[in-house]
Design a protein around this ligand. Structure first.
Ligand SMILES: Cc1cc2nc3c(=O)[nH]c(=O)nc-3n(C[C@H](O)[C@H](O)[C@H](O)COP(=O)(O)OP(=O)(O)OC[C@H]3O[C@@H](n4cnc5c(N)ncnc54)[C@H](O)[C@@H]3O)c2cc1C
Ligand code: FES
Length: 255
């Protein structure tokens, strides 16, 4: 898929909580097609401490309205700059990057999407696509607390959503892998979130012999397969998460 370098215009900035914003961007020309699970490298300007672009998942993509959305959680200078953007700002964006999730070939299978915190970001684009294809899917989102669950209303508009929070403020108390939903039968799992959560989901999937894909968030620099800083040691050798991933079958992962 062709990579594009475009100065996108910020159309909307929505603060979701103290540390997370939704950025909706657009362009005068039609945006390039994007697959759920792909990501973008956003250039951070006017910040002397940040030299490299920052990888951010494509959270939403709408060809009809020509809009692409990103959820940004502030953890350092780069994401702080992104979160401080205002409507009308320009951002230089390299996208779409990476492989994206494998979409089901037929819609008879029961799919489970498991996200943790801001890791739920790419699962929204996936759920949009699955809903449009008439697939049977359930979303399970885990977070520390209810305030760390993002885009609740929008996720719920796409289908069935269940929650776990560590403090019990929303859904079942505990971790996603303890949710009673996992007593149901699923045929395929997609997951994105903190590595310990994805490892627990992968363990559950292996125990139940359910195929599962995980979207990795290894630290990146170039995003183009050149610097090798994002390499993951897989069953088929060292692979670049930016170009061979970020989505991998758990069969390829050594964890
Ligand atoms: C494929 C991919 C998709 C991503 N999607 C999103 C997204 O949708 N929304 C979002 O908010 N973030 C996402 N991230 C993480 C995001 O890229 C980092 O948080 C960001 O680059 C940090 O930049 P910074 O300058 O703000 O912080 P830095 O100053 O670079 O780092 C601040 C702190 O965050 C830690 N950190 C930085 N990058 C990562 C990482 N990749 N994983 C874990 N810890 C990290 C550092 O170790 C440090 O402790 C994604 C990362 C990847 C690789
Ligand atoms: S980030 Fe440079 S090779 Fe992946």
């Amino acid at each position: 898929m062709k990579k594009n370098l475009i100065d996108l215009t910020v159309k909307e900035v929505r603060k979701l909580n103290a540390s997370c914003v939704l950025l909706v961007m657009t362009d005068d020309k039609p945006l390039p097609p994007c697959r759920p699970g792909q990501f973008a490298e956003l250039r951070v300007d006017e910040t002397p401490t940040v030299m490299l672009r920052r990888p951010i998942s494509i959270h939403s993509y709408d060809a009809a309205s020509n809009e692409i959305g990103f959820l940004v959680q502030v953890v350092g200078d780069g994401t702080r700059w992104l979160a401080s953007l205002t409507e009308g700002s320009k951002v230089n964006v390299l996208f779409p990057l990476g492989n994206g999730f494998t979409l089901p070939v037929d819609n008879s299978r029961r799919l489970l999407l498991v996200g943790g915190g801001v890791g739920s970001a790419p699962l929204y684009a996936l759920a949009q696509e699955l809903r449009n294809s008439g697939c049977d899917f359930t979303i399970l989102i885990g977070a520390r607390s209810a305030k760390d669950i993002y885009r609740k209303t929008e996720f719920e508009a796409l289908g069935r959503v269940e929650y776990t929070t560590e403090d019990g403020t929303l859904g079942e108390k505990g971790y996603v892998t303890n949710h009673t939903l996992l007593n149901e039968k699923f045929d395929y799992i997609y997951t994105c979130g903190p590595k310990p959560m994805m490892m627990a989901v992968a363990r559950y999937a292996r125990e139940k012999s359910i195929p599962c894909e995980a979207s990795l968030e290894n630290r990146m620099a170039c995003g183009l397969g050149a610097c090798l800083c994002c390499v993951e040691d897989t069953t088929s050798g060292h692979r670049c998460v930016c170009t061979d991933g970020p989505v991998f079958s758990i069969d390829e992962l050594k964890w």
